[in-house]
Design a protein. Structure first.
Length: 464
């Protein structure tokens, strides 16, 4: 394999084997129209001569409220953008990354089925929650403490899209490509209640370790509550590069560095950084930044802040005041970010039931794929004879099964009920936590037949 260059950043005295592609100092006004009609906001808005860095700060936050003592849970979903052949990203079956180790030329390690897209999405959100649960002391001024962040994330769904090259590829420094709203406009789901996160394709320039992101954010389109999304670029190539070079020692800034395998913390950090924008935060180095305790102009460099490019996770009291205000301020009914929050026991991320049914359903093959379910201690499946006029809105209960499992799987419901061809059924999945919190998702299906064997035991997903 061709050698790839590694970019390094100095973080808290240790070399870090990645570099984040700075999201440009541009912010979308995020209309849900076509990309040609999008509006772009620049900082400062109408000048190309005023320095972007300087002592001036943006307007103070509007009456920032004290940070909440009880965690608000933000609903998110994750989309993986794939090439038409299903390669180029984490997919339903595997990590999409067969690789050749740096010290084993000619030996191809096959793609890892245990690291499929469902597992990756769960792990990313879990790591985002791990970083959100911690708010370390500031590196500048050194040792100043920060309060708890008071928010976390719930994964509400995992989606895979097989798309043409012009949608899949990420063209670095091409604003028309990077900022296009097409993925959200075309593939976004539950737009008024879930922040859609898109894991886009790799950069066309073959950058191995350059992960970037952009966000459509809370502060830039106040009249449209259905416009919050995040895009991350090149994360799969970064993951594959780490797999190839795990354990390899290379020079960075004249010092030896041994490359670790795990790309999860940095990818999750990039998502968390972009979510900071969604919640109304600016970069620490931007003139529009409205928090003096998080201003490079006031405090200088050497930060570990979530909103700079250090890879840090700290947020200052003022930043948390902005986040808290935007999360809990009712605003107008049409623009309340509370629509994106989950009801949850204080301090606990709630469970989220999620499943897809394969399109080819015959009496012997009625497959439910529940691998996108999040934070469950127990799962319960129910099958009803579909009758929307029934008092329960579902129909008569035909079968049920439950299991103390934390992860979903691909289950053939024909093992718990004998389905009849041509009939409609309502299938339901409930995810529960030991605390008693539950979440239920249901879907109407129609079984065709008798095409036993025509679909195979596990029909492959179709392409888009």
């Amino acid at each position: 394999m061709k050698k790839r260059l590694l970019l390094g950043l100095l973080l808290s005295g240790s070399l870090t084997a990645w570099a984040q592609n700075p999201d440009p100092l541009l912010q979308l006004n995020c209309p849900e129209a076509n990309a040609g009609n999008r509006q772009v906001r620049q900082t400062p808005p109408s000048s190309n001569t005023t320095p972007l860095l300087g002592p001036a700060l943006g307007p103070a936050p509007p009456n920032p409220s004290p940070y909440s003592s009880c965690s608000g849970v933000i609903n998110v979903n994750i989309h993986f953008m794939l090439r038409l052949d299903g390669s180029g990203n984490f997919n339903e079956t595997n990590d999409g990354a067969p690789y050749e180790r740096y010290n084993q030329p000619g030996v191809i390690t096959p793609a890892d089925t245990a690291s499929n897209g469902y597992a990756r999405a769960r792990a990313l959100v879990a790591e985002m929650n791990n970083q959100a649960a911690n708010n370390p002391m500031n590196a500048n001024p050194a040792g100043t403490s920060n309060p708890p962040k008071g928010y976390s994330y719930a994964l509400n769904g995992v989606y895979f899209h097989r798309v043409h090259t012009y949608v899949y590829e990420s063209v670095k420094n091409d604003n028309n490509n990077i900022y296009t709203t097409y993925p959200f406009d075309t593939y976004g789901v539950n737009k008024a209640t879930e922040v859609n996160m898109f894991m886009m394709g790799n950069y066309t320039n073959g950058a191995c370790c350059d992960v970037g992101g952009v966000a459509c954010t809370l502060g830039y389109n106040p009249n449209n509550p259905s416009s919050y999304w995040v895009k991350v670029f090149n994360s799969h190539e970064f993951y594959r590069w780490r797999q190839e070079n795990n354990g390899n020692t290379i020079p960075i800034n004249g010092n030896p560095y041994t490359i670790p395998q795990n790309s999860m913390p940095f990818t999750a950090n990039t998502l968390g950084h972009e979510m900071g924008h969604v919640l109304g935060l600016w970069h620490t180095f931007e003139r529009a930044n409205n928090c003096s305790d998080a201003s490079v102009a006031n405090r200088g460099d050497g930060w570990n802040n979530l909103m700079d490019y250090s890879g840090g996770i700290a947020l200052t009291p003022c930043q948390l005041g902005v986040v808290d205000y935007n999360l809990y301020n009712p605003g107008t009914p049409a623009n309340s970010f509370r629509n994106y929050l989950s009801n949850s026991a204080c301090g606990e991320v709630p469970p989220r039931a999620f499943f897809v049914m394969y399109a080819c359903l015959n009496p012997g093959n009625v497959y439910m794929d529940s691998r996108g379910t999040f934070m469950a201690d127990r799962m319960t499946v129910r099958v009803y004879a579909h009758d929307p006029s029934a008092a329960n809105g579902r129909g008569a209960l035909l079968a049920t099964t439950a299991s103390n499992v934390s992860r979903g799987g691909r289950w053939n419901l024909a093992r718990i009920h004998s389905f009849s061809a041509g009939q409609q059924y309502y299938v339901e999945l409930t995810a529960s936590r030991a605390s008693g919190q539950t979440h239920t998702r249901g879907q109407v299906i129609q079984v065709v037949g008798p095409l036993e064997g025509a679909c195979g035991s596990m029909p492959a997903p179709g392409t888009e």
